[in-house]
Ligand binder design. Structure first.
Ligand code: FE2
Ligand code: FE2
Length: 347
């Protein structure tokens, strides 16, 4: 799955200086670029948190060491470079991964947010989430699940601070692999719905987010031939596909990092309000709020995303379809809340 995502040279939306500089950096990571050094705009460097890699300055055609990996970086050095009219600093291509991680993790922290505009933050989060979700579905190990939780708490922090970021986050995902779009999209819908209900703490929202992110993790155990089949599934294939919620629950049930409510939501995300869902055929009040939230976020995200067998519908058409033929699966109140969120009423 790792190679499935096409190289996207401009993953960050926004035309502010930070977004542009980030896109420049990502562009330099393109596989077609064979240069041994990669440039980074100096204003992306936070001396206190930048990883200890060696930095170089360019003099004519030569690169001279500016800071050795073992030395610390002082804010005054950055200023002296800027004063000298130097805007870019260089690093070894082999250190690009560490810097990329720094950009994706540190720059989205709350204390830095005054220097990073929201669109750039959202782009960074998305970029980190793409890679994290791919790793997660390649190998749903406890370590990768923990990485997923970090990304989810990043989403929660951003959404609590700035609810409008939700609209940027959901808008940004259209170029990515379905697994990413769907898992992250369901995580985001779940957080937004939870937030709208007002009786959840931030920890609850993070648990909702991880439930959404992991809801289909059991599909990693389904035969890939079935997952990727273009046509409709036959009876046996469908039988195997329906195992994914139970398999997902089995994957996480002993994981101490994942909360009990998230585990149950994974197990029950195909239960239906009027009964008749799987695996247990539960009904309305037998299904947890967490599971109901993930279910509705799941259905809505699937309808609004391009899939192998159907084109993405607009939110409006999706809501119409849900109301006409899917209400027996859903909790009515949650449905109303989701319509309001997509109608622009987050609060
Ligand atoms: Fe599912
Ligand atoms: Fe799903």
């Amino acid at each position: 799955m790792g190679a499935a995502e096409a190289y996207n040279p401009n993953p960050i939306e926004g035309s502010d200086p930070v977004s542009r500089s980030l896109n420049e950096f990502y562009q330099e990571l393109s596989p077609s670029n064979q240069e041994p050094y990669i440039s980074l705009r100096i204003h992306l460097i936070r001396p206190d948190v930048v990883p200890s890699v060696s930095f170089f300055v360019k003099r004519g055609k030569r690169f001279r060491i500016f800071r050795d990996a073992k030395e610390t970086f002082a804010a005054s050095e950055i200023q002296s470079l800027l004063d000298a009219g130097i805007e870019k600093i260089y690093l070894n291509r082999s250190d690009a991964g560490a810097i990329r991680q720094y950009l994706e993790v540190f720059l989205q922290n709350s204390e830095n947010n005054e220097i990073v505009p929201m669109e750039a933050q959202v782009g960074l989060m998305r970029s980190a989430a793409v890679r994290m979700t791919e790793e997660l579905f390649d190998n749903p190990s406890p370590e990768n699940i923990r990485k997923g939780m970090k990304v989810v708490s990043g989403f929660v922090n951003l959404l609590v601070r700035d609810p409008k970021a939700f609209y940027y986050l959901i808008r940004l995902s259209s170029h990515d692999h379905y697994t990413f779009q769907h898992s992250v999209g369901v995580g985001l819908n779940s957080i937004a719905l939870g937030k709208k209900l007002k009786f959840f703490t931030n920890e609850d929202l993070a648990e909702l987010g991880i439930a959404g992110l992991l809801h289909d993790i059991g599909k990693t155990k389904v035969n890939p031939g079935i997952i990727n089949k273009a046509g409709p599934l036959d009876k046996n294939e469908w039988e195997e596909m329906r195992q994914h919620s139970t398999w997902g629950w089995e994957l996480v049930k002993d994981n101490k990092d994942v909360g009990q409510r998230a585990k149950l939501a994974i197990l029950h995300h195909h239960e239906e309000n009027a009964g008749g869902g799987y695996p247990h055929g539960l009904m309305d009040n037998q299904i947890s709020v967490f599971a109901k939230i993930v279910t509705i976020g799941d259905i809505f995200n699937a309808l609004t995303t391009d899939r192998t067998y159907s084109k993405a519908k607009t939110p409006f058409d999706s809501f119409k379809l849900m109301q006409q033929v899917m209400m027996h699966k859903l909790d009515k109140q949650l449905f109303t809340e989701l319509v309001m969120i997509y109608g622009g009423k987050l609060e």
